[in-house]
Design a protein around this ligand. Sequence first.
Ligand SMILES: *[C@@H]1O[C@H](CO)[C@@H](O)[C@H](O)[C@H]1NC(C)=O
Ligand SMILES: *[C@@H]1O[C@H](CO)[C@@H](O)[C@H](O)[C@H]1NC(C)=O
Ligand SMILES: *[C@@H]1O[C@H](CO)[C@@H](O)[C@H](O)[C@H]1NC(C)=O
Length: 729
Amino acid sequence: MVMGISALLHLSFLLLLLPTVALTANINLETSMRASEDSLPWISSSGEFAFGFRKLDENPDHFLLAIWFEKVPDKTIVWSANGNDPAWRGSQVKLTNNGALVLYDPQGKESWKRPEGNSKSSSAAMQDDGNFVLLDGNSKPIWQSFKEPTDTILPGQILDMPTHLTSRRTPGNYSDGRFQFRLQDDGNLVLYPISESTESIYAPYWASGTVNTKPQLVCDKAGYIYLKETQGTNRIFNLTNVDMSPMQNFYHLARIDYDGVFRQYSYSKEEKCNLSWRTVRKYPEDICFAITGNAVTEKMCEQLCREDCFCAAAIYNGNHCWKKKYPLSNGRSSTSVNRIALLKVPKDGAFRLFEEKKDQSTLILIVSVLLGSSVFLNIFLILAIFLAVYFSYHKWLLQSFSSVSGGNLRSYTYKELEEATGGFKQVLGKGAFGTVYKGVIRSDAKRFVAVKKLDKMEHEGEREFKTEVSVIGQTHHKNLVRLLGFCDEGEHRLLVYEYMSNGSLASFLFGISRPNWNQRVQIVLGIARGLMYLHEECSTQIIHCDIKPQNILLDECFTARISDFGLAKLLLADQTRAARTGIRGTIGYFAPEWFRKATITVKVDVYSFGVMLLEIICCKSSVAFSMGNQEEEALMDWIYECYKGKQLEKLTENDEEASNDMKRVERAVKVALWCIQEDASLRPSMKKVTQMLEGVIEVSVPPYPWNLVPLQVLVFIVNELFVIVHKES
Ligand SMILES: *[C@@H]1O[C@H](CO)[C@@H](O)[C@H](O)[C@H]1NC(C)=O
Ligand SMILES: *[C@@H]1O[C@H](CO)[C@@H](O)[C@H](O)[C@H]1NC(C)=O
Ligand SMILES: *[C@@H]1O[C@H](CO)[C@@H](O)[C@H](O)[C@H]1NC(C)=O
């Protein structure tokens, strides 16, 4: 009996451990890890830091071997081994039998190794301070990431001179960027721009002025950064001259950023919303004025740019010259700036002529090779192409399966979900595809979930379900509701999502208390970014097809999260038919293409977004508006009339906050009117929409959105629906 209970306890203990990540403070020889999404990183014993592979945004097959803050939601990277040389999927990092930490490419070739000499470690550890160490038999470090920094320093890190940090290329590109933070041989701490082509350094734009000293750069355990004499405790120079927030409530780091500014950041562990790294101190104070160009005349400035084939423009301020290359970035406007911009433009036709000639000769070459080769060679070529396509298709099939079974998604049994939802009792909502229930997964720290029970599907096979689920599972964005797992048992098909505590945008927007204008602006930006991600940034493009306030959920911080994406394809092989029969969504949000035999593209989502944007601006539901209005005027027409008649204040009546921000209101209305253009090709992409809303690019005057008289459109829609409803019943 006693034995039985203890065995049971053991079992439940093991079960508790299973879904969490194994904490590996010490790594033994022969331990290895592969570069893929589902490889488990090596985590420090407190769980604060992790060492492992991180997928890079630009290429889904590129991985960075890195150290990051495991508990910060965006998993901020603080160190990397191979920023200039990303590892391909399938690469492996291993603490070898010889006591070296080695990164192998997928062919097994060594591409990075520490320690570089012949010394051997007998174990490794990911420490709680963010330092990854290789230890000898006496637990003394023989190599540590703290002594080989990339662009970041952490509390507890001490650097001896000479040493340097190099900025990244861009926030998401970890290859060497254009700025360096150096502690030089002469004791001076200096910020330098580096030449891209020659890697030589230009004149410094900031220096501590501590020449002829012998300092160490210290970031102490409380996060204060200073230069101190190597021998002794005397501080020579304080970089942190403000009070740091206490370590128990804050994370700290300092980094030479891609824009050349050395910033010290802190991050609150306690705040739940509006999470971000906040700048505590920065050097130089204003980078725009810190970097001085060459002192020259205007004529010389022009000449400098002409001679440099990377130079696209030069800025001249009367005695200094700044050369700029594409893409021009990080600009800012200020009334106090008085400078001349010299732009380089190609001589007319010079480039085109060159390129045309090249294209033609390539074409001729290819054609002559094809014509000149023997019949056998052609057959061989066709066979080779066929085999290549066949194998890559199979590889793709395998991949999509393995990422469903492994990966970040959990597979649940029907029974588990029945228990989690208490027998499918509490209904959260009913959508086009099925009903959503509230549940709680007991094994997962009592996490609330939303379980969507999908309606019976007709033609869908096993493979389609798995493929679609794996595609949805691979989309991660802070403005999308995250899929946690699924259940696929016979006819039971369920999806398990994060639970969103603040309900849907529909109830928030059209409820009793109107959300404030700034909150609405943030929500709009969030939706735009989420849609942009679905359309342009995730590996498989996803058209949502059903954007409306009911499908936008709000999390505990009132961040907008798009739900129900990726389902159109999953449930209705013939999604076009579905929309055309009006099963899904409300008519008002449907783009005109749905009612014609036109191709469905991402622009249908842009249209629906536009309608919703108008609703968010004036907190009015387009459906309720046309029903409650005597003249049966549509919300869209009313807003267009207000815009044309320069009476936008009518939209924001009784909304003081919005009335005081009419510039932004007008911009949002203009963007919305572009989005609801009847001609899909006139509608902007979601990327452009986001940029216009952010104020990054100008919004031109939108044309009248409809080709047809609006009333006719309405009749047309109603007729079509009417016919179809008859057919269905
Ligand atoms: C990062 O930028 C460099 C230089 O522009 C480029 O060569 C490299 O391909 C980029 N890396 C990635 C992962 O895109
Ligand atoms: C740096 O700060 C410490 C602690 O606030 C102070 O004792 C020291 O005098 C400062 N040193 C310099 C050079 O400013
Ligand atoms: C969120 O943080 C930003 C910048 O740190 C601040 O400007 C903004 O007011 C904060 N918003 C809220 C709701 O606290």
